[in-house]
Design a protein around this ligand. Structure first.
Ligand SMILES: [Zn+2]
Length: 276
């Protein structure tokens, strides 16, 4: 393979390297996740500074090194600034990026995961844009955002999520479940992971392999039937339609817990970012 190459890429995050440089984690179409040195990025007149925010889609030129590649050129394809500008969208999207980063090895070409990431950011961008215009309308008419959108998490315990937060969380849970499928982490969701029964499945254990009947439950935690239905539904639904799924807040929180338990079991570490 050539040592200099061009590819589409999405910025996942970055950290400092010494006084002047940064290491930016790119998820690239050509080589998967690539830790990338950006030299002089902290100087005021850096060529790249503004383009290295999380979620930005770039066309990059990279030079291959042993452990790190070096950024030699970057053109912005899409900034996705609207996601960063909405705190609820930002939280949800950072959670997905964290999971993708942890579940993906460096330098392994993963075109389906790359396409999932690109589609996910487009859907979140569209949702954040529609929330922004709904808010502008609300300002004019005095209606609440929930009245306008009509799709909201109900009166579950804890803080109710607004309609916009619920949409961001559900799109994100849809993307996370699809990522679990691509990573080979997806557990049993329609039958008991031990005995194969497809009757009532009131328990869940990532360690044992997913949904469980009461007899096989053991140390697992309880889940509502709606949670497994929601997980199967989100897996089968294109991301473009996930945001309008009818999933209440309690169910969304249980789906989120199941997804995080699966990640903890497979990755041996807790993901830190919560969408609420
Ligand atoms: Zn069983």
């Amino acid at each position: 393979m050539p040592r200099d190459y061009s590819t589409d890429a999405i910025v996942l995050g970055s950290h400092k390297l010494g006084d002047a440089d940064r290491v930016v984690t790119l998820f690239t179409a050509a080589r998967g996740k690539v830790p990338t040195v950006v030299k002089g990025v902290r100087k005021i007149k850096s060529r790249f500074g503004g383009r290295l925010e999380p979620f930005t889609q770039l066309q990059v030129q990279l030079h291959e090194g042993r452990n790190l590649h070096t950024l030699t050129g970057a053109d912005t394809v899409k900034t996705h600034a609207v996601i960063r500008d909405d705190p609820a969208a930002l939280r949800a999207a950072l959670g997905f990026i964290e999971m993708l980063g942890r579940a993906t090895p460096d330098f392994e070409k993963l075109p389906r995961s790359y396409n999932l990431l690109v589609n996910y950011l487009l859907e979140m961008d569209a949702a954040a844009l529609s929330v922004r215009s709904a808010r502008a309308e609300t300002g004019k008419s005095g209606q609440s955002e929930n009245e306008l959108r009509g799709n909201t998490f109900g009166n579950a315990a804890g803080r109710d999520l607004s309609a916009s937060e619920s949409r961001f969380v559900i799109i994100t849970l849809g993307a996370e479940l699809k990522l679990l499928l691509l990573a080979g982490f997806l557990p049993h969701l329609a039958d008991c992971a031990i005995c194969g029964s497809s009757g009532s499945l009131p328990r869940f254990s990532a360690e044992i392999g997913g949904a469980l009947c009461e007899n096989c439950g053991g140390e697992s935690f309880r889940v509502q039937a709606e949670t497994l239905v929601a997980m199967r539904g989100l897996l089968e639904t294109p991301l473009a339609e996930a945001g309008s799924s009818d999933i209440d807040e309690r169910t969304a929180r249980e789906v989120w817990r199941c997804v995080r338990e699966i990640c903890r079991y497979h990755l041996g570490t807790d993901l830190k970012i919560e969408p609420w």
